[in-house]
Design a protein around this ligand. Structure first.
Ligand SMILES: [Zn+2]
Length: 353
């Protein structure tokens, strides 16, 4: 009994130390990333007066209606606001105190300063930095791809963990964007090319093709069209966009004429069957391009860092402690690897997810 008692008090002591160590950040069971005293990112938390939405993907919009009802301010970039209105409907943000912030311009609340910093992910995506008057810095990466994302140096870092296991590495010897362009150009000789992807990624593909002077019409259903128009308003250049319901678009699709048709991944089972089809996905690690059907390929275009990118971000951020997001993905492995490879104390939160 004595041994058991000692063990219990030992683990209690350990969890108390952990609570103190990670006192200024945590990820809750509902997926809210709490930073400092005032901020909850990407899910609702009743203890925080400020809600931050890092970007418009659904797994970062948890409890948004409740946040709009109860929080003093709901902070996001203008592009994220506009994308949410298309994805979730025009009234999705009504009835709340939405405040849009520009990248790099701090918002002061009490003792703290909240700053949204650019993240290379989808249009409007942001990292979040909270600083208090003592100079303590707590940061959350949100979703990001290392290449174009400025690394935030901080004391406590909360990092996404989508590709947080060592097997999730994309060490291809080819430029995935060039590969995508050449595949589309080649397939256009046979007629329409269908591209399937998630919101944000589809617009990135349009931009890649447009920049490479692929000048055929880009055809898409209404929601993809409206999201693309938001991206254009916020600075992306996407090419010649046509609604799939327009007569000229229907003629192109029905006649298998050369154009690129962009559809959400969810339409893959029903749209463009028998035509040339390309899906863009981050869950590809063996090769940059994989054939999965007669005229069907998957290309490894990701808007997240792979495992090496995640580790590299943490190394450059030089934090004293790290929390890996164990709500949106499995953060346990990344926490272990950060401990092991970088010697930085890291835990996955929430526990046991
Ligand atoms: Zn995302």
């Amino acid at each position: 009994m004595k041994i058991r008692g000692n063990l219990l008090s030992g683990s209690r002591r350990k969890s108390k130390v952990q609570r103190q160590l990670f006192a200024n950040a945590m990820v809750t069971q509902r997926g809210a990333v709490l930073l400092g005293d005032s901020v909850a990112c990407d899910a609702f938390d009743e203890s925080r007066p400020l809600r931050v939405v890092t970007h418009a993907h659904a797994d970062h919009l948890g409890g948004l209606r409740t946040s709009l009802k109860t929080c003093e301010k709901v902070l996001m970039t203008k592009a994220t606001r506009d994308l949410i209105k298309v994805i979730e409907g025009p009234d999705a943000l009504s009835g709340g105190a939405v405040k849009t912030l520009e990248y790099g311009k701090p918002f002061k609340y009490g003792d703290e300063r909240v700053t949204l910093v650019y993240a290379d992910h989808i249009m409007g995506a942001a990292q979040v930095l909270v600083e208090d008057s003592s100079g303590a810095r707590v940061a959350y990466t949100g979703d990001f791809r290392l290449d174009g994302t400025p690394v935030l140096e901080c004391d406590t870092l909360v990092v996404e963990a989508t590709y947080g296991t060592p097997s999730c590495k994309r060490s291809f010897n080819v430029d995935v964007r060039e590969l995508l362009v050449s595949m589309v150009e080649k397939q256009l000789r046979d007629g329409t090319v269908y591209v399937f992807g998630y919101h944000g990624k589809l617009q990135e593909v349009m931009q890649i093709l447009h920049n490479a002077d692929v000048s055929v019409p880009f055809v898409m259903p209404e929601r993809v069209f409206n999201l693309s128009k938001v991206c254009e308003r916020h600075g992306m250049q996407l090419g010649c966009l046509t609604l799939s319901t327009r007569e000229e678009a229907r003629e192109m699709l029905n006649g298998n004429l050369p154009c690129v048709a962009f559809y959400h991944m969810n339409s893959r089972g029903t749209v463009g069957l028998g035509a040339s089809r390309i899906s863009v996905s981050g869950w590809e690690f063996q090769s940059a391009c994989r054939q999965i059907g007669h005229k069907e390929h998957v290309i490894a275009l990701s808007d997240h860092s792979d495992f090496d990118g995640l580790i590299e971000y943490v190394r450059r951020s030089k934090p004293k402690r790290v929390i890996t997001d164990n709500f949106r993905s499995n953060g346990e492995s990344l926490a272990r690897e950060i401990n092991k490879r970088l010697g930085i104390r890291a835990v996955a939160m929430p526990r046991g997810n």
